[in-house]
Design a protein around this ligand. Structure first.
Ligand code: NAG
Ligand code: NAG
Ligand code: NAG
Ligand code: NAG
Ligand code: NAG
Length: 284
């Protein structure tokens, strides 16, 4: 700093201390955006302006790398670079040898980059439970995040998050369902969407790889079988096996072959003899 600059600062400081509002032109300093959110490692344009009619000088005080993009007497456009931590900065203008300033905080956001989908198990009997787990590592803030689990284009489950913490963390959603035959004819996927439009950030979204669920087992609900269905245990897998046994007369049942059953292929199933007799008894 030049001695002249320091002298100027002192004068301004004294002016502020001893002569507030001494008939000089009142002025204001504005900054836009007021609370910018910047992607980790990204850059941001900042407009510092004043309504002082003839400002003497102005600038942006920051520890970050910056350049001046445009310069006019009443506003200056800066670009800050490589923002790797949330930091506060200050826009200032000198007007009639008084300084006015406005501070701002730059918050960082970490958009969803990776979306990891896991089906468990990946092969499941009709009616048996399976779990869809979706993890989105290193996101912040969580408040803008929505994680949506999809089967084909159908939304199975959607979850929003809360939390304004600026340190990146993992968001996770799990959802359990009972496997249905039609599950095998759609792919599952997970979408993570970060919406910080209220903070002046464009919507960012990211989608997982899609995954298929293999669903096997008989498509016929056991409740439709003649006789007492209450003797069957609640597990659909066990029901299917019980049905196969019943179908083969309870005797030596054939191989417990449980065909993989895409719903579109029900009519073209190749059935084992025991399954065929099952089909007769269940009215297929
Ligand atoms: C700047 O704006 C403030 C607040 O609106 C007002 O009080 C002041 O008179 C304005 N100054 C000038 C020079 O327009
Ligand atoms: C900067 O802000 C001032 C005051 O709002 C405005 O008049 C000016 O057009 C802005 N400059 C740019 C490049 O947006
Ligand atoms: C950004 O900052 C990191 C460390 O803070 C540095 O290694 C890197 O070179 C910088 N990148 C640019 C483009 O300035
Ligand atoms: C950045 O944000 C974190 C969490 O909100 C806070 O703890 C930290 O002090 C902030 N750092 C700066 C430089 O503002
Ligand atoms: C599921 O995804 C695989 C590979 O990603 C693709 O080959 C297959 O056609 C998809 N199936 C459906 C039903 O969309």
């Amino acid at each position: 700093m030049s001695p002249f600059c320091c002298w100027g600062l002192c004068v301004a400081f004294l002016a502020l201390l001893c002569c507030p509002g001494s008939g000089e032109e009142a002025f204001e300093v504005h900054v836009s955006p007021e609370q910018p959110m910047v992607k980790h490692g990204g850059s941001q344009v900042i407009n510092c302006s004043t309504n002082c009619t003839k400002p003497e000088n102005g600038g942006l005080e920051t520890s970050l790398d910056k350049i001046v993009l445009q310069d006019s007497p009443q506003w200056k456009l800066f670009m800050i670079f490589n923002v790797s931590q949330n930091s506060s900065m200050r826009c200032f203008f000198w007007c009639s040898r008084k300084q006015g300033s406005k501070s701002l905080n730059v918050g960082l956001y970490y958009p969803p980059k990776q979306v990891l989908l896991k089906l468990q198990p990946t092969r499941v009997a009709v009616g048996s439970p399976f779990t869809i787990e979706c993890r989105v590592p290193s996101v912040a803030p969580l408040e803008g995040l929505t994680v949506t689990l999809l089967r084909g284009s159908e939304v199975l489950h959607s979850q929003t998050f809360e939390g304004t913490a600026l340190s990146p963390q993992e968001a996770m959603v799990t959802y359990s369902a009972e496997a249905q035959l039609e599950d095998s004819s759609h792919n599952f996927s997970c979408q993570a969407k970060m919406d910080l439009r209220t903070r002046g950030v464009k919507v960012v979204d990211s989608v997982s790889d899609s995954q298929a669920l293999e669903v096997f087992g008989e498509g016929e609900p056991p409740e439709e079988v003649e006789g007492d269905s209450s003797r069957f245990s609640p597990s659909e897998e066990e029901k299917a096996i019980a049905l196969l046994s019943a179908g083969s007369g309870g005797g030596s049942h054939g191989p417990a072959l449980v065909p993989r059953l895409p719903s579109s292929a029900v009519s073209s199933l190749e059935l084992s003899p025991s399954s065929q007799s099952l089909c007769k008894t269940t009215g297929w």
